[in-house]
Write a protein that binds this ligand. Structure first.
Ligand code: ZN
Length: 300
């Protein structure tokens, strides 16, 4: 099993960790956090149960100027499997391909609409890029506590346990063909910043500094010149630490030049100027001279 594209960091996570939120923002962030918990849980299932396959998480694609997002795409047995992951605490009923709250039987229209829209766009996307694939689209209700009633096979809908058996069975057999063309297109077409994403304002000057652990809940602490750790148990080399720092600066302040000074402030002087400078020269393209020196991503 290979994870080709991981989930990127989210701007709102940084807002939560680095700025003071007002009440509305806090509620909004909480909602997003819940969705992310579901997606992370599904990611764990994929890592644990998929034997042969290539997985992409959190793809944002456009076709004919319409944007759509895919929580998880896995190539298994030469087919494309697309999973839309849902996390909620209420029980639901599936009837004739539509979704309802089990207590009131009111329709959950956002789910139903998405189920109509996304498959259409996937189809158009594949056609546009001449990707001749059989593809399958599923909704996964990932909260193991949640009940999903009335599911028929035609509903293409799974819950926690049935998703596990699908992943295990389908990934038991390796792909026969390479999928380089599909891979190139997915990576090239993925857009980094969604136009629907709320623009959380974070000011370089005022926000909390430091580098977030990939767990997203804590800042990294310096153990030695070569080692940075988090309370969650993850640890990082100095090089990986600087990579994370640079990625954060690029994500949060895309219009600000990436340079040694900004890196030093961001990492709170926990790395020597020489090491930062060496890291940037190695991984980025150096532009300008003296005070105006900054760095740009190397084309891959
Ligand atoms: Zn951590």
């Amino acid at each position: 099993m290979e994870i080709v594209k991981r989930r990127g960091q989210e701007r709102w996570q940084h807002q939560l960790m680095r700025t003071a939120l007002n009440e509305t923002e806090r509620l909004d962030v909480q909602k997003q956090q819940q969705g992310l918990n579901g997606e992370k849980l599904f990611e764990e299932l994929v890592m644990r149960y998929v034997d042969h396959g290539s997985a992409y998480f959190d793809l944002r694609l456009t076709v004919f100027d319409k944007e759509f997002q895919i929580d998880c795409l896995i190539v298994m047995q030469d087919d494309i499997y697309i999973f839309e992951v849902k996390w909620s605490n209420y029980d639901i009923v599936v009837k004739d391909g539509r979704y309802y709250f089990s207590d009131t039987m009111n329709e959950i229209t956002s789910y139903s609409l998405q189920k109509d829209r996304t498959p259409k766009l996937i189809n158009e996307f594949l056609k546009k890029h001449q990707l001749n694939y059989t593809w399958h689209y599923y909704h996964v209700f990932i909260n193991p506590e949640q009940q999903v009633y009335g599911v028929q096979q035609v509903d293409h809908c799974f819950h926690y346990y049935t998703a596990i058996s699908l992943l295990r069975q389908t990934s038991a057999v390796p792909c026969f063909y390479p999928h380089d063309h599909l891979h190139d297109i997915l990576i090239k077409e993925h857009i980094v910043k969604s136009r629907h994403e709320k623009d959380y304002s974070i000011e370089f000057k005022d926000c909390g500094k430091g580098v977030l652990c990939e767990c997203g809940t804590r800042f990294l602490e310096k153990c030695s010149n070569r080692l940075y750790t988090c309370h969650c148990g993850k640890h990082y080399s100095a090089d990986k630490y600087l990579k994370l720092a640079a990625a954060e600066l690029e994500l949060l302040f895309p219009d600000q030049p990436l340079n040694v000074r900004h890196m030093m402030i961001w990492t709170e002087n926990s790395v020597s100027r020489k090491t930062v400078s060496r890291f940037l020269s190695k991984s980025y393209q150096k532009i300008g001279q003296k005070k105006g020196t900054h760095y740009k991503k190397l084309m891959q």
